[in-house]
Design a binder for this molecule. Structure first.
Ligand code: GLA
Length: 404
């Protein structure tokens, strides 16, 4: 279910067409002139995977791939949504909201449901067309882009006066409670608070954040799409979250100061290893990964400050090993892509990105090595995965904004 065809080397500047124009035009055909056009981006995450719901640290950024929304307010409590790319539409009565069989709709309806749950139960309906160029189920968080785009539009159209951090929380709770995925705050945070040429050093417990410059012209972020499509709702994502919670209860018995894996140190995890093993032999490895990953994020932030991208890359490689061996959220295709990339001269780091079980690897590649990287990886796609290569060069871009 790709939103659009990809060339083997899908640089955004080569991406087809005028996306906001296309979505605006679809709106005109269905509903007239839109009041608002919103751009809501996908995200990458340099490092800090599966740390957000463990209240740790992450280093994401919004990218130059997005979903655009054309929206107009209505006076009643009906919504008419139209997915331009999927050629699908839905009319909803907001006073009778329930989960839809139409999967994409739940990310949108969840926003209304969560607003109502938080006391904003008189928000009127909208007419809305949307579509864009974030590949679906490839780990770039098209779901958060959908949620954030609508939340941003409703906030603007109906004067809800929520700041971007509050909107990110709303989107996370919508996904937790309506869609049923126990995700953390990283994706909506990156979508809403992204800044061009900056990553976000995010503390997922306090929601403190800092925009960290990421402007090296000689280094590019390249995604390799395994084309193994697995969404969080049908993966073991929630199982991992639950395993971490059990780990925390074991740690907290010995260390009452541990409220989340964020609070635990590697020594603490070693000290309770037997106890963890008695509960379930997987728990030790799950906890070891998360505690190690939080440290890696902090180390990567320090390395970025020193402009030491070699160290950042080495940390990314270590993250991949942890996700593959300890957290067990990788898959053979992602392992092949990451391991092959690590061997290409000029690749600083490579790892699976996002929730896992499919989706993309993220690679830090020297500009001068881009051609070699493309050729080597294209051969890996063809010879080892039996697939046409799909790669994206991503630039770090602004978060959700109104298009003028
Ligand atoms: C998905 C979730 C995020 C985060 C990542 C893994 O993208 O939506 O909250 O947990 O997986 O880091």
């Amino acid at each position: 279910m790709e939103l659009q065809a990809h060339s083997p080397w899908n640089h955004p500047s080569m991406a087809a067409g005028d996306q906001p124009g296309r979505i605006r035009e679809a709106f005109r055909r269905h509903f007239g002139e839109p009041s608002l056009v919103v751009r809501s981006p996908g995200r990458v995450n340099l490092i800090g995977e599966h740390t957000d719901y463990n209240l740790g640290f992450a280093l994401p950024g919004a990218v130059d791939r997005a979903i655009w929304f054309a929206v107009s307010p209505r006076r009643d409590r009906f919504c008419r949504f139209c997915s331009v790319d999927l050629n699908d539409s839905l009319i909803v009565n907001l006073d009778k909201l329930s989960r839809s069989e139409t999967r994409w709709a739940n990310y949108l309806l969840g926003i209304y449901a969560q607003l109502a749950a938080e006391g904003k139960n008189a928000v009127p309906g909208v007419d809305c067309t949307f579509g864009g160029d974030i590949p679906i189920a490839s780990g770039m968080s098209s779901s958060a882009a959908l949620e954030c785009g609508l939340a941003f539009a409703l906030n603007t159209l109906f004067g809800l006066r929520m700041d971007p951090v509050a909107l990110a929380g709303l989107c996370q709770r919508a996904e937790n409670r309506f869609v049923g995925v126990d995700c953390g705050i990283m994706d909506p945070f990156a979508a809403l608070l992204g800044r061009k040429d900056h990553l976000i050093r995010l503390d997922c417990r306090t929601h403190d954040f800092e925009h960290v410059p990421f402007t090296r012209p000689d280094i590019r972020i390249v995604l390799c799409d395994s084309q193994v499509q697995r969404s969080l709702w049908n993966s073991e994502y929630n199982v991992r979250h639950a395993e971490c919670e059990v780990g925390v209860t074991v740690l907290a018995e010995a260390y009452p100061e541990v409220w989340s894996l964020r609070d635990a140190t590697p020594d603490m995890v070693e000290a309770v290893r037997d106890h963890l093993d008695r509960m379930d032999h997987l728990l030790y490895r799950r906890c070891r990964y998360v505690v190690g990953e939080n440290r890696r994020v902090l180390e990567a932030c320090e390395a970025l400050q020193r402009d030491d991208l070699k160290t950042v890359g080495a940390l990314m490689n270590a993250t991949h090993a942890g996700l593959r061996d300890d957290y067990e959220v990788s898959c053979p295709e992602l392992d092949i892509l990451a391991e092959a990339a690590m061997d290409v001269p000029g690749v600083l780091g490579s790892r699976m990105m996002g929730g896992g079980f499919g989706g993309c690897t993220i690679n830090l590649v020297e500009e001068t090595a881009l051609d070699r990287f493309r050729e080597t990886m294209a051969a890996v796609f063809r010879d080892r995965l039996g697939k046409s290569p799909v790669m994206h060069i991503c630039c770090i871009d602004d978060g959700t904004t109104e298009e003028t």
